[in-house]
Ligand binder design. Sequence first.
Ligand SMILES: NC(=O)C1=CN([C@@H]2O[C@H](COP(=O)(O)OP(=O)(O)OC[C@H]3O[C@@H](n4cnc5c(N)ncnc54)[C@H](O)[C@@H]3O)[C@@H](O)[C@H]2O)C=CC1
Ligand SMILES: O=C(CO)COP(=O)(O)O
Length: 328
Amino acid sequence: MSKDTKIAVLGGGAWGTALAAMAVNNGHETWLYARDAETVAAINERRQNPRYLGDILLPHGIRSSTDAKAVLEKADAVLVVIPAQSMRQALSGLADLIPLQAPIVLCAKGIERGTGRMMSELVAEILPYHQIAALSGPSFASDVARGLPTAVTIAATDAAIADRLAALLSGPSFRCYSTTDLMGVELGGALKNVLALAAGASTGLGLGASAQAALVTRGFAELRRIGEALGARPETIMGLSGLGDLMLTCSSSQSRNYSYGLALGRGESLENRPLAEGVATAPMAAELCRKHNIYAPIISAVAALLAGRITISDAVTALINRPLKSED
Ligand SMILES: NC(=O)C1=CN([C@@H]2O[C@H](COP(=O)(O)OP(=O)(O)OC[C@H]3O[C@@H](n4cnc5c(N)ncnc54)[C@H](O)[C@@H]3O)[C@@H](O)[C@H]2O)C=CC1
Ligand SMILES: O=C(CO)COP(=O)(O)O
């Protein structure tokens, strides 16, 4: 892959648009597929995506279209930026249009509801002959769309593919590290959203900065345990897609997951909120821990709270009053 390849981005939301801006800034021919004609027109005619990115002015050159065939034709790499719970349905409809030689770069952070599949497992069922990679790390769409410095990790089981994609997608303000630890990268992205719900709820309840730091640290211990049980590498969990994204998402109300947790903690309405992937991922993460016998009380509490099995004050009481144990 050279620097003037064609990048196709599927998904015209906040992150898809931001990644298209990154790709065009890095000198690639960049096409963005969005379902919504108004979004396509706003990107092509005004260089904005007001629905998802407010008044941020995008760089020149993104070609947006509702025609997936035109977007995907002769693409050298395909960034899939569709929410985790829509991934199966969306990609099944587009599978025949994706060139076989184009690696698929999964940019969603979640676990599929019902099946418990990681995104790469789900996509391997739909596109069994494609190379699959994942891009994840601390990266708010609005920062990337503005061209602010950002670093992420790109994972593929084939090291050469991960390295090539990292070189392709790195540019003046976007730095990609590469790894073959696909499971580690996907776990970090999916689980930090669940932990951000807990961090937001803690702040929303007014539990204070000390509780917040304890929650994030002990949440990270759960992420470490899950990573270890599922064969992820410790350095991935300690890296950008693990600890890095956990820190970002658990500390900023720019995060939609953290904000959802804030609303939960404050007792506000949870209707009509922006996408918070952690809500659908939490029960799947709790199930994963049950299946592998992994101790993850915070993730379990978030899942129970969202399912209405416990109240938020029960969750806090239960977490603080568990039997004492060594810090591991
Ligand atoms: N927004 C952010 O800062 C970041 C988001 N992500 C992840 O990226 C994924 C997407 O998030 P956002 O773009 O922020 O969400 P969003 O809510 O801003 O946009 C989602 C987009 O997907 C489209 N979509 C939904 N179902 C579709 C389907 N069946 N076919 C085609 N398009 C479909 C929607 O029309 C919308 O344009 C999530 O998994 C999120 O966790 C990852 C890093 C940063
Ligand atoms: O993944 C993100 C930052 O890395 C975005 O987080 P939210 O989906 O919670 O907004």
